[in-house]
Design a protein around this ligand. Structure first.
Ligand SMILES: [Zn+2]
Length: 459
C-alpha cells in the first residue's frame, strides 16, 4: 500500500492521508490547513483528484481533520465518509459552523475591505455542507468494515474528543495481509470528560501523531494556576478571554470553571460561551454517555450552561455587543488557535487593556496568531490592523487533549509486539525529530520514518 501525506506532514493541520491499495484510493481524514498564509493557500489547491476517491475514513470531527470534506464534495467527491456514531452527530454542526464562520469572515472582509481578494469568497458554503452530510456512513466500533476484497478497517476509541477513533486497517502486503494503525489525534488519558484511548491491537505499522513529541505535559491539577489568573483579572475589573475549540476544550474549560465556583475558589462572575454550537456540543456529550468518564454525568455537563452565570451567545450581533461590555467576565470563544472566528473581535477589543488577560488551553500551531501572542510578539495584527498587546497572556498546558511523548511511547508499548515501522506525522519539525529519537532508543528494531509534505511511504 502507498500512503501519500497531503497534509499533517511536518505540521499539525490539514490531515489528509491518501491510501492506495488493491486499485482503491481513499483518504484517512480530510482536514483544513490552518495558520500561516502559505499553509492556508493549500486549502484552495487540490493535490489529488477528489472525484476519483473511493471513500474517506474520518478519525474525528475537529476541523483540521474534517473541515476539507465539503471542499472535496464541491470538487466532485460523492462516495462514503466513514466515521463513528458520535462523530456523525458532531460533524453536522461542526461543518455547518465552519461554513458559517467562513461565510462570516468573507462577509466581514468584504464589508471592511481588509481582504486582498475582491470579493472575498468562502472556501465552501452551507449548501456544500448539506451535500457532504448525505455521504456519512456510521461504522460500529471494533467491527471490521470492508472497503473491498482484502481491504478492511475497524475503529477504536482514541480518547481525544467525543467520538474520536484510531483506525486499524488490514491490506494486502507482499507476503499476505498486513495491518496498520492510524492514531488520528491521540488522547493522554487524563481528560475529566472523555474516556482514555483503547489499547492498540497488534499491527505491523503505526502512523503516530506527534503534536507534543518534544514535550511532557504537566500531570498535576490545573485548578491552582487557573483560579489565580481568574482572581487577578477579577480584582483588576478586567475581562478574561479564553480562545478554545468549540468542541472539547470549551466543555473541559466550562467544567473547570464550574468546579472552581463550587469550591468557592473564584468569585461568581459571568461566563459567556460565545459559540452558536455550544448547546449542540453539550447535547452531543449527553447523547453518548459511553464515551465519557464515569463521573462526567449529566448534572456536571449541563450545569455550566444551564445557570444564570453561564450564558451562550448565539448571534454575531450579540457577540459584537459583548465586546463592549465593561464589567469583569470570562468569554470562551473559537477559534482555539486564533485562525479566525468571533474570538478575534474580543481580542481586538481586550488586548490593549492591561487589566485583561488571555488564557490559551490548547496547542498553538506554528505561524498561527495564537503562537505569535504566546511568543510575546508585540507587533500583533488582527484583520490587518495593528493591535497593542498590553493584556497578560498565559498558556495552560494541562487542558491538552493530546498525548505527550511519554504517553505515546506507553501507548505503543501496550502492543504485544513492537511494530516494524512507525511513521510520524501531525507534528512540527522539532517535535517529530525529538519523538523519532526517543522511539529509536526505546525500540531499536523499529524503523521510524518522518515523511515530508506531499511525499509517499510504502508500507
Ligand atoms: Zn483533534
Amino acid at each position: 500500500m502507498k500512503i501519500t501525506f497531503h497534509g499533517s506532514a511536518e505540521t499539525v493541520t490539514g490531515s489528509r492521508l491518501l491510501c492506495e491499495t488493491s486499485g482503491k484510493k481513499f483518504l484517512v481524514d480530510a482536514g483544513l490547513f490552518q495558520g500561516p498564509k502559505e499553509l492556508r493557500l493549500r486549502n484552495w489547491v487540490s493535490s489529488f483528484k477528489s472525484s476519483t476517491l473511493d471513500g474517506v475514513i474520518l478519525t474525528h470531527a475537529h476541523i483540521d481533520h474534517s473541515g476539507y470534506l465539503p471542499r472535496l464534495v464541491k470538487e466532485g467527491f460523492n462516495k462514503s465518509i466513514w466515521c463513528s456514531k458520535p462523530t456523525a452527530t458532531i460533524l453536522r454542526f461542526m461543518l455547518l459552523d465552519s461554513a458559517r464562520q467562513q461565510e462570516e469572515d468573507a462577509e466581514y472582509a468584504n464589508s471592511s475591505g481588509y481582504s486582498h481578494h475582491k470579493p472575498a469568497e468562502p472556501l465552501y458554503t452551507k449548501k456544500d455542507v448539506e451535500e457532504t452530510l448525505r455521504l456519512i456512513t456510521v461504522v460500529d466500533d471494533e467491527e471490521w468494515f470492508t472497503i473491498c476484497k482484502n481491504v478492511q478497517f475497524r475503529f477504536f476509541r482514541s480518547g481525544h474528543i467525543l467520538g474520536s477513533r484510531f483506525v486499524q486497517l488490514s491490506y494486502p502486503g507482499a507476503e499476505g495481509q498486513k495491518t496498520i494503525i492510524f492514531s488520528g489525534d491521540l488522547g493522554n488519558g487524563r481528560s475529566k470528560l472523555i474516556r482514555p484511548p483503547q489499547t492498540p491491537p497488534q499491527s505491523d505499522v503505526i502512523v503516530l501523531e506527534s503534536t507534543y513529541g518534544d514535550r511532557l505535559l504537566p500531570r498535576e491539577s490545573r485548578s491552582h494556576e487557573f483560579s489565580e489568573i481568574i482572581n487577578t483579572v477579577y480584582k483588576r475589573n478586567g475581562v478574561l478571554v479564553i480562545p478554545a475549540f468549540a468542541l472539547g476544550r470549551s466543555q473541559e474549560v466550562l467544567q473547570a470553571i464550574a468546579e472552581l465556583q463550587r469550591e468557592k475558589k473564584i468569585p461568581e462572575l459571568p461566563v459567556y460561551l460565545d459559540s452558536p454550537m455550544a448547546l449542540e456540543a453539550t447535547k452531543a456529550h449527553l447523547k453518548y454517555p459511553d464515551e465519557l468518564v464515569f463521573h462526567a454525568d449529566e448534572e456536571l455537563i449541563k450545569a455550566p450552561i444551564d445557570t444564570e452565570m453561564f450564558r451562550v451567545i448565539e448571534t454575531f450581533q450579540e457577540s459584537m455587543a459583548l465586546c463592549e461590555v465593561n464589567r469583569p467576565h470570562i468569554v470562551i470563544s473559537a477559534s482555539g488557535m486564533l485562525t479566525g472566528g468571533r474570538v478575534m473581535h474580543h481580542l481586538k477589543k481586550r488586548l490593549p487593556d492591561p487589566r485583561n488577560a488571555v488564557v490559551f488551553v490548547g496547542y498553538q500551531a506554528e505561524g498561527t496568531k495564537g503562537r505569535i501572542l504566546i511568543s510575546g510578539e508585540k507587533d500583533f495584527r488582527i484583520h490587518h490592523e495593528r493591535v497593542d498587546v498590553n493584556a497578560d497572556i498565559f498558556s495552560l498546558q494541562n487542558f491538552s487533549a493530546h498525548a505527550d511523548w511519554q504517553d505515546s511511547i506507553s501507548w505503543v508499548k501496550k502492543m504485544p509486539q513492537v511494530p516494524q515501522k512507525i511513521i510520524l506525522n501531525h507534528g512540527e519539525k522539532k517535535s517529530l525529530e525529538s519523538l523519532k529519537a526517543k522511539l529509536e532508543s526505546e525500540f531499536p528494531n523499529t524503523m521510524v520514518v518522518v515523511p515530508q509534505h506531499g511525499s509517499s511511504v510504502d508500507v
